[in-house]
Design a protein around this ligand. Structure first.
Ligand code: FE2
Length: 428
């Protein structure tokens, strides 16, 4: 007797007609033709079952604050940071908790099972930290929330940032963050990377820095981050978020840099929606795209995960917690158009990001946590193309969100029928 059986599922690896049985919060079997009984049986009808979406880069302390206290007029990263500084002075712990919980509801409804959120520590009252530690606990039954101590105003540039970052880590924030390109000088930026990596090494923590979120080809803090990762033995525990300056770097320099990143096993987290929106703002035409070198990093063997970064906040007025939207933008901007490339973009918002976050028991094999999303599509590529409807979101073997299939009733001359967007499937 199982708690849940999903019948006739397609899986991301191309398997068809698979049944998935769940018991005690874990996947107990992944086979064809399971005939056992279960408390609940879902007929997947050939639609895609995936492990949940994972967002490896988000700002939950700022989300859903759009327009408070005013709009970002220039649309630039720097005005966004200034605007956020104004909001920080007036928001309360309850304000942040309420917005974050609302966002978590939205995220769960869209099939997200884990989020790595940066939380700004440049605030002596640590309002965001207090709020998101509370939220992390509240949402734990249905969402894995990992927090990064993020010194938005520069850990060296802001006089109390280092003290506050250490206070945040003492309170239980999970990961060490940074923003070296926002320090006063290149030298200070490099020094901040050294100090922050040392803190992570001393405390046994992971590192995830906003690194070189700039169009300046000489913004090379990823080089220092890579070096410190290697020097301190942090291989596999360090991520560089954004890395947009790599888009503008000299090819010869990149040919040296990427092998060093591979040696240090540094992960890369581009944020396609935000990168295409914020980068290139000082260009006339042609305007640079600003997304880092995704296929080159991937082909070299690095783990690349796409993050969403922002939804309705001082930096970005759009977004709806849809990691398929993120994957689609990454696909287009990176010109990742082969069948293999498009399928890989689905991995960038699922398995790759889970690996970067160090999630345990993630996946669709026996023994993994029974966390899944049933999508109204029949393959990962079609899921991205359609931004597929989330038919069911499953956490620890229980359905926690459900949608009806979206089928349009057509009434055309001689063509009365229901139109399921997932019915057209090119053969792989
Ligand atoms: Fe960010």
């Amino acid at each position: 007797m199982f708690d849940l059986i999903i019948k006739n599922a397609s899986l991301p690896d191309g398997q068809k007609g698979v049944d998935i049985a769940c018991k005690n919060g874990a996947i107990a079997a992944v086979e064809t033709g399971i005939t056992a009984e279960a408390s609940e049986i879902i007929d997947a009808a050939g639609y895609l079952v995936s492990p949940p979406f994972v967002d490896p880069h988000f700002h939950m302390d700022a989300t859903l604050s759009l327009g408070s206290p005013r709009m970002n007029v220039s649309g630039t990263l720097l005005e966004g940071i200034a605007l956020w500084g104004e909001l920080k002075q007036i928001q309360t712990v309850d304000d942040v908790i309420n917005r974050a919980l609302r966002y978590c509801d939205l995220a769960v409804s869209m099939g997200i099972g884990a989020i790595r959120s940066h939380v700004d520590v440049c605030d002596d009252s640590l309002t965001g930290v207090q709020a998101l530690l509370d939220v992390r606990q509240q949402v734990a039954p249905y969402l894995d929330l990992q927090l990064v101590a993020f010194p938005q105003d520069g850990v060296l540039r802001d006089p109390t940032a280092m003290t506050n970052l250490l206070r945040a880590l003492d309170k239980g924030v999970d990961v060490v963050g940074g923003i070296p390109h926002f320090e006063r000088t290149m030298a200070d930026g490099a020094d901040s990377v050294r100090q922050l990596c040392q803190i992570a090494a001393d405390r046994g923590l992971m590192v995830d820095m906003h690194c070189d979120e700039s169009d300046d080809p000489l913004s090379r803090h990823i080089e220092t981050l890579t070096y410190e990762t290697q020097r301190l033995g942090l291989q596999g525990r360090v991520a560089g978020s954004h890395l947009t300056s790599m888009h503008s770097m000299d090819n010869y320099y990149v040919s040296k840099l990427i092998p060093l990143m591979v040696e240090a096993q540094v992960h890369a987290i581009p944020n396609p929606l935000i990168n295409i929106m914020l980068q290139g703002r000082h260009d006339s035409y042609p305007k640079r795209r600003g997304q880092t070198r995704v296929p080159e990093l991937r082909d070299a063997g690095l783990t690349v995960g796409f993050g969403s970064d922002c939804v309705m906040d001082p930096w970005y007025s759009m977004g709806r917690a849809d990691m398929l939207d993120v994957a689609s933008m990454g696909l287009h901007v990176g010109q990742l158009s082969s069948r293999a490339d498009m399928a890989w973009c689905f991995e960038a918002v699922t398995t790759n990001s889970a690996q970067i976050m160090g999630l345990e028991n993630y996946g669709l094999t026996k023994g993994c946590a029974a966390n899944m999303v049933l999508l109204q599509a029949r393959s990962p590529i079609e899921a991205i193309r359609l931004r597929a409807n989330r038919l069911a979101v499953i956490r620890k073997g229980a359905v926690i969100a459900r949608n009806q299939p979206q089928v349009t009733e057509l009434n055309l001359p001689g063509r009365q029928s229901g139109l399921d967007p997932a019915d057209y499937n090119p053969s792989d």
